[in-house]
Design a binder for this molecule. Structure first.
Ligand code: NAD
Length: 304
């Protein structure tokens, strides 16, 4: 059998295919590099790039699509379903890594790490007197999306001594309250009362632009916004404006609407923003779990 990958998975994952499949690995997500190979592919592994309608309709032998991650917005699932091709994702494999990343961003902002680091590099020891840092204990964090990653992050925040609250119309009030988390029926009400907001919803029609000018204007001036879910859920221009004008106190983002962002992207130059290159799930542990689950899942489909 033949596997085509938009980028190699980790060595532990590649080893699972030794002696079982021919593997073609592209080194970027652009279809021109691998479309010829797709003519004979049984499995297509999307690590970067997209598996769109065009790829699916021009891959006559394709029997399974694998995505190393839980978000499947990079796969046209409707087109795959029409073609009768199952899509394998890796739920749970990166929950802990993404949750730690979100909490890490909360710490970075609360402790003013980025400014202190840059000021000290420029010889400004007096930054220690700025008194900008604060404790997370006792602060209220609101989650938009209380699925696997939202709940894992909520548990970590609780362990630090933060108050937690959340909005997720698809999760029952009873379950959320059992987790020690206050339940909100309207996320705009949640925005008004929290010190931190952490977003953990998938990118979909209903969530696109969910946080824009209006929603940012509801947040406390001292509040901080964390987005480790998907770019496009937060209006980036509106967020940059809110940070630069002091409408909110700070933000952390792991994701951008267009990735990678261009060097003149407004968020890369906004005040009090901590960012990372969509790397929340790219820990040593999670990449092994994701590759293992994805390759085993694809082999299970191919072997019937
Ligand atoms: P999940 O499916 O377990 O949870 C998503 C939750 O969002 C669900 O509980 C769902 O009910 C809720 N939801 C859906 N629409 C909503 C809406 N309109 N309002 C409020 N809640 C809504 O998924 P997960 O594993 O927790 O992952 C969440 C998202 O995180 C993924 O879809 C992905 O986009 C993102 N993610 C990012 C990284 C990263 O590297 N930064 C890694 C993994 C996942």
């Amino acid at each position: 059998m033949k596997f085509v990958m938009t980028q190699a998975v980790c060595p532990e994952g590649m080893r699972l295919l030794e002696g079982k499949a021919d593997v073609y690995v592209a080194d970027h997500g652009e279809p021109d590099q691998y479309m010829d190979e797709m003519k004979e592919a049984d499995a297509f592994i999307v690590r970067i790039g997209k598996c769109d309608k065009n790829v699916i309709e021009n891959s006559p032998t394709l029997r399974v699509i694998g995505r190393t991650g839980v978000g499947y917005d990079s796969v046209d699932v409707e087109a795959a379903t029409r073609a009768g091709i199952p899509v394998v994702i890796t739920p749970g494999a990166n929950n802990r890594s993404v949750a730690e990343h979100a909490v890490g961003m909360m710490f970075a902002l609360a402790k003013n790490f980025v400014e202190a680091h840059n000021e000290l590099k420029n010889g400004n020891w007096k930054i220690r007197d700025a008194n900008k840092a604060f404790e997370l204990q006792g602060k209220k964090v609101g989650f938009i999306g209380l699925g696997a990653i939202g709940m894992e992050t909520q548990a970590l925040c609780k362990a630090i001594g933060m108050e937690t609250a959340g909005y997720d119309p698809y999760i029952s009030r009873e379950y959320v309250e059992e987790m020690g988390c206050e339940y909100y029926e309207d996320y705009r009400e949640l925005l008004k009362v929290c010190d931190f907001i952490s977003i953990h919803v998938p990118l979909a029609e209903a969530t696109k632009g969910m946080i824009g000018v209006k929603e940012l204007s509801l947040m406390k001036k001292t509040a901080l916004l964390i987005n480790c879910s998907r770019g496009g859920i937060v209006d980036e221009k509106a967020l940059a404006e809110a940070l630069n004008t002091g409408r909110i106190a700070g933000a952390g983002t792991d994701v951008f609407a267009e990735e990678p962002p261009t060097t003149d992207h407004p968020l890369l130059h906004a005040k009090n923003l901590v960012y990372s290159p969509h790397s929340a799930a790219q820990t040593k542990e999670a990449v092994i779990r994701m590759a293992d689950m994805c390759i085993r899942g694809c082999l299970a489909v191919l072997n019937g």
